[in-house]
Design a protein around this ligand. Structure first.
Ligand SMILES: [Zn+2]
Length: 578
């Protein structure tokens, strides 16, 4: 990475941003800065400012901003490397050595590709134990080809001979973990008599291999060493094939093993990938986040698998993903299950996957004998510690659920939760903490308005000016949309009527909504109060927004523009105070 930092410095010092942007946007001098029509949104009057002194751009219309490299990335739709290369070419900057690591990596990928070809050919060439094994597990030729599955034979130096014969240095092969080295310094094949699964990244490069033993040998699974080309923690098996399906379905099914991925994929569940090893890593979670926020964990049904799922949930949650756990109803793993019961049954199991909090509560409940008071109290303690790690809105939802399931009052849990939150550093660091607090503050209004909406259809149509500003929490928004979409509701709406339309994730919160008490004679007044609260909140948000624009634009905005912002700010403050 240090070389990338140097590239940034080098490019920034050599490429004047006014020059670079000036090639595609007509810029006019405005005070110390330049101004033009924003290339990232449609506008008739210029709000796109380029500061020559600061070497940055900012659009006060759409908010796009950054330095010269960001501009090139965004405007020409390039990644960082592409943008750097384009600028280097145009300005005669020598990037030799800057991406040196990349060059070395390329050679490693190249070797892996040769090895993968060799293994693949061996599996397809003649009758062999690898092919028989995969055919016996019901894997079709098409699937073998799509995944590039291969076979490493029983000899000691087949691959070593093949690759060194192609001129590759055995030391590099050793570094990649394709060959091992004896005490006497002889090189020999690491993978022998195994089915070989090439591990391919999202860019289509073969970064490593997994090998499954065919007879009873140990270890059952063997992976490539960690190397410059292969870092387990950064990759997922199958992601190269699955990524488009993951985006399309807006969901990923995460499994444990190679065979799970292959069987599910072959059966038509194509948005599937496996963590390489049982423990999911934060890097893998952020890789997933590029394609979707919704994860279904389908790990083995045994204790180890369920524990791994439990930990995986925390990792995913901390990365801002929404995860559920699918418990395979019978059989040990997803591979066996889908083979026995087919795609439909698996899809049904996906529908029934348990949301994060429900899974956790279930697991905690199962540890204790709830008929005994002391155990019940210990169970509540553990559950509260779990709730304390959740974001406020989620904690809220599961507080209600937990109270019901353990037959204690919500108030008691909330009080205990209050102490747990104060005493512990449990809550993971979270960059969206600020917005959570906002949601928490407004959630009372959301809850109250939702309750009113379930009481009387009149309240469903919100005043035009507040639309889009009322329901900020996913739970509130989802329930509001569900009610708005109902055509045959009988008011007041009940849990019975709503439970089939509302997202099961949010039924706990819905329960709380329905429990909210509003006296009939105060309904209208409560509604008006909520709407006026939201209007005030909108004004406060606008003030914040304007202030930061004025601050940000200091020295960048023209006097006329600053004045415009200031005038609006003063008007709003007058409104708030009046
Ligand atoms: Zn813009």
């Amino acid at each position: 990475m240090s070389s990338s930092v140097n590239i940034v410095d080098e490019i920034k010092s050599r490429c004047n941003i006014v020059d670079v942007i000036g090639r595609v946007v007509t810029l006019k001098k405005a005070g110390a800065n330049y101004k033009g029509l924003c290339p990232f949104h449609n506008e008739k009057t210029p709000s796109f400012i380029v500061s020559e002194t600061k070497q940055i751009f900012k659009c006060f219309g759409c908010g796009e901003s950054g330095d010269v490299i960001t501009f090139v990335e965004k405007y020409y739709n390039l990644d960082f490397k592409g943008a750097a290369e384009m600028l280097a070419r145009d300005y005669g900057i020598d990037l030799t050595g800057a991406f040196a690591n990349q060059g070395n990596k390329k050679e490693l990928y190249n070797i892996n590709r040769e090895a993968a070809r060799y293994f693949f050919k061996a599996l397809r060439a003649k009758d062999n134990p690898g092919y028989r094994y995969m055919a016996g597990r019901g894997i079709s030729n098409d699937t073998l080809r799509e995944f590039g599955i291969g076979y490493a034979d029983d000899e000691w130096t087949s691959l070593t001979d093949y690759l060194t014969g192609k001129g590759f240095d055995p030391k590099t092969l050793h570094e990649l973990g394709l060959v091992s080295r004896s005490d006497k310094g002889r090189y020999y094949d690491k993978f022998r008599n195994r089915v070989i699964f090439p591990i391919i990244n999202t860019a289509g490069e073969i970064i490593g291999f997994g090998g499954r033993v065919i007879d009873k040998g140990e270890p059952k699974y063997l992976n490539s060493n960690e190397s410059k080309a292969f870092q387990k923690k950064n990759n997922l098996y199958g992601i190269n094939l699955a990524k488009n399906y993951i985006s399309k379905d807006d969901c990923i099914v995460l499994v444990e093993g190679y065979m799970d991925v292959i069987s599910l994929y072959q059966a038509g569940i194509k948005n599937v990938a496996a963590s390489l090893g049982t423990a999911l890593t934060p890097n893998q979670a952020s890789l997933i986040k590029r394609y979707t926020k919704n994860v279904i964990l389908s790990y083995d049904a045994d204790n180890a698998g369920q524990l791994a799922a439990d930990r995986g949930l925390d990792i995913l949650y901390n990365e801002g993903l929404k995860a559920k756990v699918l418990k395979v109803p019978e059989g040990k793993d997803p591979d066996e299950f889908i083979k026995k019961n087919g795609r439909q049954a698996f899809a049904a199991a996906m529908e029934g996957a348990l949301p994060h909090g429900d899974f956790k509560i279930d697991r905690i409940k199962n540890k204790y004998d709830l008929t005994r008071d002391d155990q019940r109290s210990a169970c509540i303690d553990e559950a509260v510690r779990m709730l304390a790690k959740l974001k406020p809105v989620d904690a809220d939802i599961y507080t209600a659920k937990l109270a019901k399931e353990l037959n204690v009052s919500e108030g008691a849990i909330r009080r205990q939760l209050g102490t747990a939150a104060e005493s512990g550093p449990q809550r993971p660091p979270d960059d969206s903490a600020a917005s959570d607090i906002k949601t928490e503050m407004i959630s009372k209004v959301e809850t109250t308005l939702l309750k009113l909406i379930t009481l009387d259809k009149r309240y469903l149509q919100l005043p035009e000016d507040v639309q889009g500003h009322v329901f900020k929490s996913p739970a509130g928004m989802s329930i509001y949309r569900a009610i708005a979409g109902m055509t045959d509701g009988v008011y007041p709406l009940t849990m019975d009527a709503l439970s089939s339309t509302v997202d099961p994730d949010y039924l706990g919160y819905l329960d709380e909504v329905l429990d909210t008490a509003i006296s009939p004679e105060r309904e209208r007044q409560t509604y008006d109060e909520c709407i006026s609260f939201i209007r005030k909140k909108m004004l406060a948000d606008r003030v914040e927004d304007l202030s930061s624009q004025i601050e940000m634009g200091e020295g960048i905005l023209s006097e006329e523009e600053s004045n415009k912002l200031m005038t609006e700010l003063v008007e709003i403050q007058r409104k708030i105070n009046g």
